[in-house]
Ligand binder design. Structure first.
Ligand SMILES: O=P(O)(O)OC[C@H]1O[C@H](O[C@H]2O[C@H](CO)[C@@H](O)[C@H](O)[C@H]2O)[C@H](O)[C@@H](O)[C@@H]1O
Ligand SMILES: O=c1ccn([C@@H]2O[C@H](COP(=O)(O)OP(=O)(O)O)[C@@H](O)[C@H]2O)c(=O)[nH]1
Length: 467
């Protein structure tokens, strides 16, 4: 395969994020770092297998970066100004749409200038795809930051096959209809031939709204537009490269890392583990409270049990995320000040991201994995744990409001709003017999290995290309 960047591509992914972030250091030197979040984890192996071009923002403001070749595909950076980062990314995407689509856990903020920036930036992404696509190419647009791209791209290039996948929940009509620009968003999405969702419920919410648009009729997962086009909406639950992760987990390097991590934590008899972007949708406040109360009451003994929680920095300039960071610092500090032995802390909390090998090592030492979002499109962390941890005496505590809960039915299921219920379930996950845990793990691991990222990409793209 050629190592130089191609002028055009017959397969293109368009996402707000590129797989790598450009970091400009204080001394003006430049580093590239792996981008945060599950979207990148999921799409990287798809691009490595298929080749083509990935169009996205490189994570730094006011910087023009030339296209480059990376891991078997072309990376086409789209530039954003500082004001666009503020209004399109932090504003409309992450202070309007993100809370609105996550059940208004935080109050969505509506500003007309943010919407204007969102439209302008969506047009830039659509233009970049139109310029790069071969005649008849397949273009796969990703996520809530780019919901206008399908329609804009179709106007520019009617010859293309256009797919769209939403990684986060699509809200019920009563919430979506608060959005002053709701028709713009629905029409934007209807520019695609196929719109994919994480769960059937999200797809039905979208179809109900689409059918209310003038001139649109629909039945059985499809809508017919007045121009004769047909748009299909369907669930395609996203997944991970399960075999690749298992291989990494079993490598001598990660095994050694796991042993060292366990020793560094003081070799406790039980390790509870959580890893999340520091986002209010992930339910960290309630999770930390629940575990803290278990330490307080002595139901978990801090001499024997450690709770390791990694929170990866996310959207740090958005108000709600700053407040959350302070809240978690405070909660963890309180627990440790009460229950810490001199030798080690009950809660080992790290506000950082870690290399893939280290994270894999952490999954390996986690006796009980805590995944308790208030609402989550899918949650790949739950699936990664299952792929990496082959020991049968393991337990996954999972929120019923994560998309993953529809597939991982044998998990220790919790309502993350019910702190007492969560405490009882965590204790069950710690104390259940190895036989009970083994049965659950076997069934869930089978599900993850049989429904991996290749199956996700193939099902979506085969359907799109057959439409
Ligand atoms: O790009 P950021 O603003 O730093 O945020 C990171 C990503 O977060 C979201 O991830 C979602 O996608 C996952 C994979 O489908 C899914 O498991 C998870 O439930 C979602 O929250 C966001 O949707 C991405 O666009 C961001 O890149
Ligand atoms: O230090 C870290 C912490 C997390 N992750 C990855 O971030 C992704 C989180 O995806 P998920 O779907 O659980 O949630 P999102 O952050 O996308 O909402 C997973 O693939 C993790 O392996 C990572 O690469 N480094």
């Amino acid at each position: 395969m050629s190592e130089s960047v191609q002028e055009t591509a017959k397969f293109i992914v368009v996402a707000n994020r590129l797989p790598v972030d450009r970091i400009v250091n204080d001394d003006s030197t430049v580093d590239w770092r792996s981008s945060p979040g599950g979207l990148v984890t999921a799409l990287e192996p798809v691009m490595q297998a298929r080749g083509g071009a990935w169009i996205g923002w490189h994570g730094a403001a006011d910087e023009q970066v030339e296209p480059f070749h990376h891991d078997g595909y072309d990376v086409i950076p789209v530039a954003l100004s500082e004001l666009e980062v503020e209004r399109y990314y932090e504003g409309f995407s992450n202070a309007t749409l993100w809370p609105l689509y996550h059940n208004c856990i935080a109050e969505p903020v509506f500003h007309r200038e943010w919407w204007d920036a969102y439209r302008r930036v969506n047009r830039r992404f659509a233009q970049a795809a139109a310029d790069r696509a071969e005649h008849g190419a397949t273009v796969w647009v990703q996520d809530y930051q780019l919901q206008l791209v399908p329609q804009l791209l179709r106007e520019m290039r009617p010859d293309l096959r256009i797919g769209f996948f939403l990684h986060i929940p699509f809200p019920p009509i009563e919430l979506f209809n608060r959005l002053p620009w709701r028709n713009g968003i629905i029409n934007g999405l209807l520019g695609a031939d196929l719109v994919g969702f994480q769960t059937p419920g999200h797809g039905s919410n979208f179809l109900r709204l689409a059918r209310r648009q003038p001139g649109i009729e629909g039945a059985r997962g499809r809508v017919h537009l007045s121009d004769g086009r047909m748009v299909t909406a369907k669930a395609f639950p996203i997944s991970i490269d399960a075999a690749g992760m298992a291989e990494l987990a079993n490598s001598p390097k990660v095994q050694a890392e796991a042993r060292k991590l366990r020793a560094d934590l003081g070799d406790p008899s039980t390790i509870l583990f959580g890893v999340d972007r520091l986002d209010y949708s992930k339910g960290l406040r309630n999770r930390v409270r629940a575990v803290g109360e278990l330490f307080d009451s002595g139901e978990l003994n801090p001499e024997e049990v450690v709770y390791l929680q990694l929170a990866t920095p996310s959207r740090e300039r958005v108000e709600e995320y700053r407040i959350l960071r302070d809240d978690i610092d405070l909660l963890v500090g309180r627990i440790n000040s009460k229950s810490a032995s001199l030798a080690r802390s009950a809660v080992n909390y790290r506000y950082t991201s870690v290399p893939r090998e280290t994270l894999t090592g952490m999954y390996q030492i986690a006796d009980v994995m805590l995944v308790t979002p208030l609402l989550d499109g899918m949650n790949l962390v739950a699936k990664e744990y299952l792929a990496c941890r082959s020991r049968s005496d393991s337990a996954l505590v999972l929120s019923e409001f994560a998309g993953a809960a529809l597939e991982l039915k044998q998990a220790y299921m919790v309502n993350p709003y019910d702190i007492d219920g969560m405490k009882a379930t965590i204790l069950r996950a710690v104390h259940d017999s190895p036989r009970v845990k083994a049965r659950k793990m076997r069934a869930m691991r089978r599900q993850v290995f049989e429904h991996d990222i290749d199956l996700w990409a193939d099902s979506f793209l085969n359907q799109l290309e057959g439409e």
